[in-house]
Design a protein around this ligand. Sequence first.
Ligand SMILES: CC(C)(COP(=O)(O)OP(=O)(O)OC[C@H]1O[C@@H](n2cnc3c(N)ncnc32)[C@H](O)[C@@H]1OP(=O)(O)O)[C@@H](O)C(=O)NCCC(=O)NCCS
Length: 220
Amino acid sequence: MFRSLRSDIQAIYENDPAARSTAEIIFTYSGLHAIWAHRVAHALYKRRFFSLARFISQASRFMTGIEIHPGATIGQRFFIDHGMGVVIGETCEIGDDVVVYQGVTLGGTGKEKGKRHPTIGNNVVIGSGAKVLGSFKVGDNSNIGANSVVVREVPPNSTVVGIPGKIVKSNGKRVTGRLDHSHLPDPVIEMFRTMHQEINELKSEIAALRQKNQDGGKGA
Ligand SMILES: CC(C)(COP(=O)(O)OP(=O)(O)OC[C@H]1O[C@@H](n2cnc3c(N)ncnc32)[C@H](O)[C@@H]1OP(=O)(O)O)[C@@H](O)C(=O)NCCC(=O)NCCS
C-alpha cells in the first residue's frame, strides 16, 4: 500500500514540472487527495458498503472539485492535474500511468446501460476539458486533445482532437487530409470566383456583339 502511495507521488514529480517537494505535493495537490479518497471509497464499494463509499466520494468532491464514482477502477500512478471539474463514471476503467487535466469527463452518453463509461488504456493523456463518452476503449499510449469530444473507439498510439474527435496522428505519423486547416474550401470565395468568370464571359460576348453590329452598320 505504501509503495502505491509513493508511486502516486512519484507520478506527480514525473508529470508536473512545477512540483517542488513531497510535502508540497501531499498537502496541496487536490488530484492526489481525490485519488487517495477514491482508493478508500473503491475498497468500501467492493465490499458492498455502497452508501459509505458514496459519502466518501462526495466529501472528496466537495473538497477537491473532482468527482470519481467509487465504482470506477483506476490503475497505478494516475495523475489528475489541477483537477477542478473532473468527472469519472461508475463503470470507467483506467489503466496505469494515465494523466488527465481539469474539466475532463469520462462519462456515458445517457443511451447505454450496464458498462456505459470508457475504458482507458495505459499511458494515455487526456487534455483539459476533453469529454470521452461511451463504453469503448481508448488504446494504450494515445493522446486526447484539450476540449475534444470523443465518442468512438481510439486505437493504440493515436492522437485524437476536435468535435467529434478525429484521429490526426497514428503511430507517430500524421494522418493526412484530416486536419488540413490551410486548405479548407471557402464557399464564399468559390462563389465570387465563379461570378467573376461569368462576368468576364458576358463582357466578351457583349464586346463581340457590339463589334458585329458595328461591322453590320458599316456594310449597310
Ligand atoms: C493533443 C496533444 C496531447 C498533442 O498530441 P501530439 O500527438 O503531440 O499532437 P501534435 O501536437 O503533433 O498535434 C497534431 C495536430 O493536432 C492539432 N491539435 C493538437 N491539439 C489540439 C486540440 N486540443 N484541438 C485541436 N487541434 C489540436 C495540432 O495543431 C496538429 O495539427 P496539424 O497537424 O494540422 O499541425 C496536445 O495538443 C493537447 O491537447 N494536450 C493537452 C494539454 C492540456 O490539456 N494542458 C492543460 C494544462 S493546464
